[in-house]
Design a protein around this ligand. Structure first.
Ligand code: CA
Length: 228
């Protein structure tokens, strides 16, 4: 345990305390604040290794906090786990679109939340390390500089857009991305967003990738991810 710093932004005192207690027991340094404004300020000052952010906050909402955090290059790299109400699919989608990296629904079991924290910290460490020119996921090998993709060592011909979608998903295995996030990452902010066009691209990508295409998973009601 490296004693990572975790910032909790939660206005419900009992939940904040429960989180602090459980994180501290696992060896993390946890700090809790009760407004989004304080959360943003502390985040900028201390650059925590991870933020647990409640969606429902007084004044500045969790979504607004997340958007601000992710649009500031200084804090954009801080992974965010959003706390949302159970069954609110819209909240989950909005959270991902605001840039959240994962979510946990309330009420949650501390064990589940801790597992998500560990996973997210681990993914962060991995993605920081893999700055080399090749990305390998299971049977898929992506050569970034040459724009080449191999499935089971066989070269696959992809369009530029298909390549970028594949690369985007594979660069963060297990992360769920909304269609809008995929469009944004592939074309930049100006491209007209249609969820349908992403579906068409992904369908073509899966077909071309053959068996390896099965690694691209549909997350119902949300979007897509690479692997489980
Ligand atoms: Ca709250």
């Amino acid at each position: 345990m490296a004693g990572e710093n975790i910032l909790i932004v939660e206005d419900e005192e009992d939940i904040a305390e429960l989180l602090e207690y459980n994180l501290a027991r696992q060896g993390y340094h946890a700090e809790a604040v009760d407004t989004g404004e304080k959360g943003l300020q502390i985040c900028l000052e201390t650059l925590p290794d991870l933020m647990i952010l409640d969606l429902m906050l007084p004044k500045l909402s969790g979504l607004e906090v997340c958007k601000k955090l992710k649009s500031d290059p200084a804090t954009a790299g801080v992974p965010v786990i959003m706390l949302t109400a159970k069954g609110e699919e819209e909240d989950i989608i909005a959270g991902f679109e605001a840039g959240a990296d994962d979510y946990v629904t309330k009420p949650f079991r501390p064990k589940v939340l801790l597992a998500r924290v560990r996973a997210l910290l681990r993914r962060g460490a991995v993605s920081r390390k893999s700055a080399d020119d090749e990305l390998i996921f299971e049977s898929i090998r992506i050569h970034i500089g040459r724009h080449e993709v191999f499935s089971h060592d066989e070269k696959v011909d992809l369009t530029n857009t298909e390549f970028r979608i594949l690369y985007f998903l594979a660069s963060r295995p297990g992360w769920v991305f909304t269609r809008r996030q995929i469009v944004k990452s592939v074309h930049g902010e100006d491209y007209p967003v249609t969820g349908r066009s992403v579906d068409v691209q992904v369908a073509a990508l899966r077909r071309k990738m053959g068996i390896s295409g099965d690694h691209i998973k549909t997350v119902r009601g949300v979007g897509y991810k690479m692997g489980d």
